[in-house]
Design a protein around this ligand. Structure first.
Ligand SMILES: *Cc1c(COP(=O)(O)O)cnc(C)c1O
Length: 417
């Protein structure tokens, strides 16, 4: 059981230093025109986060609007089929809008409102952050502009429609890779044009200080709930906790319930894509080196000049060349192990969970699940794995069935191996 640690020593609630660094990573690399506005966000957040009225409003919305707490589910048929450790799922897919992203979007939109902003703007990859932010904006009466790469717009058409129905403006980004990285650049530029009446609502634990800390704080409700629920359910903590890592927000959310419990093994699962070659994956920790992107420093997939490399993953929400600074710190201090699951691992896990449990997972979450299934097979039946099921897979069904038809799965009667 966890020892009682002081606030300062806690990794669960670790604060960045005064310049916004977690260890060697993070900070705020900004054009002078944005330094003031970012400080304004940091200062407002610092005062608001302790405000009982803000906490009460956020908690009320989490319970009555999002549907928190999300349950923990023991995946018995999947665990039996694997024949090793028992696999449990934290069901963030059951949140309103279908993923964990509503957790930080409600927080960010509430903050924007309190700061007197009229509009929130953001980038989106899979469309999940865009949908969640458009939802929060509709709820709180804010305008909302969402920047999205052309390729993602095509891949994620239903989410584009959803944002439009919710009243958001979807701005297509046709430059560069036409995916998440360029959408971030475009959204940043739009923000610089009007930082007074708008607030940038970043979609993960990335970007300049205070976003990595703030988004982590808004997501930490997942870990706090999960720790309590798992204890109540089993009488002990999970032996292993796993989550997929794109920018790293769902992972920081669940990890921050368990980082101080040193007996719990924690794994961040990165997208291994088609393999280790440059441009074939987005496994930042596995293949990257420290660098700077989008206003912060982190492990980065980069070329010799330090420019971000084009990255790839079957999961739109994971194909980002950087990663949250706190994750980089957790890697360096060896508290979290960062591992890889390939496209294929994710696709097989997508069908495995659908067929064995009646739960269709997001392709992003399927990476964590794919790694968990492989790992569980090598473990004892007394061991337990808690996977953060970050989202539901309805958005991915067409894409999966076109690229990895059902017959292929059924022919091989696969479990991820
Ligand atoms: C966006 C997304 C992710 C990846 O983002 P993180 O910040 O790494 O959590 C993972 N799962 C789902 C369902 C998503 O929508």
């Amino acid at each position: 059981m966890a020892k009682n640690k002081t606030e300062q020593q806690s990794l669960n609630t670790m604060q960045p230093d005064k310049n916004g660094y977690f260890g060697n990573y993070g900070g705020a690399y900004l054009p002078p025109s944005l330094e003031g506005v970012m400080k304004e966000i940091a200062d407002s957040y610092q005062s608001i986060k302790e405000d009982p009225a803000f906490i009460e409003e956020l908690t009320f919305l989490q319970q009555t609007y999002t549907g928190r707490p999300s349950p923990i589910y023991f995946a018995k048929r999947l665990s039996d089929a694997v024949g090793g450790a028992k696999i449990y799922l934290k069901r963030e897919d059951l949140n309103h809008t279908g993923s964990h992203k509503i957790n930080h979007c409600l927080g960010e939109a509430l903050l924007a409102k309190r700061m007197g902003k009229k509009k929130v703007i953001a980038e989106t990859g899979a469309g999940q952050h865009g949908v969640a932010l458009a939802t929060a904006a509709a709820l709180l009466g804010l305008e909302c502009d969402i920047y999205m790469g052309d390729i993602d717009i095509e891949k994620q058409a239903p989410n584009v429609r959803r944002m439009q129905v919710l009243g958001a403006k979807v701005v297509p980004v046709s430059r560069g890779t036409k995916t998440l990285k360029d959408a971030v650049d475009a959204a940043f530029e739009a923000y610089m044009e009007d930082p007074v009446t708008t607030m940038y609502a970043i979609g993960s634990v990335v970007g300049p200080h205070p976003f990595p800390m703030m988004v982590r704080d808004f997501q930490s409700v997942v870990g706090r709930e999960a720790r309590e629920q798992f204890l109540a359910m089993t009488g002990h903590l999970p032996h292993h906790v796993m989550a997929c890592v794109g920018g790293g927000s769902n992972a920081m959310g669940i990890f921050s319930g368990f980082l101080d419990d040193t007996e719990v093994n924690i794994y961040g699962v990165e997208p291994g894509g088609r393999g280790p070659a440059k441009g074939d994956n987005a496994a930042t920790m596995a293949y990257g080196k420290p660098g700077v992107i989008h206003g912060f420093s982190c492990y980065l997939l980069q070329d010799a000049e330090g420019q971000p490399l084009p990255v790839y993953s079957i999961a739109s929400g994971l194909d980002y060349p950087g990663v949250g600074p706190q994750h980089c710190h957790l890697k360096d201090i060896e508290r979290v192990r960062y591992v890889v699951a390939t496209d294929r691992d994710a696709l097989v896990a997508f069908y495995d969970l659908s067929r064995l449990e009646g739960i269709i997972p997001a392709l992003e979450s399927s990476h964590a699940l794919g790694y968990a299934i492989k790992a569980a097979a090598k473990m004892k039946s007394e061991e337990t794995i808690l996977v953060n099921l970050s989202g539901r897979g309805d958005k991915d069904m067409d894409y999966v069935m076109d690229h990895y038809p059902l017959e292929a799965y059924e022919e091989q009667k696969l479990l991820v191996k």
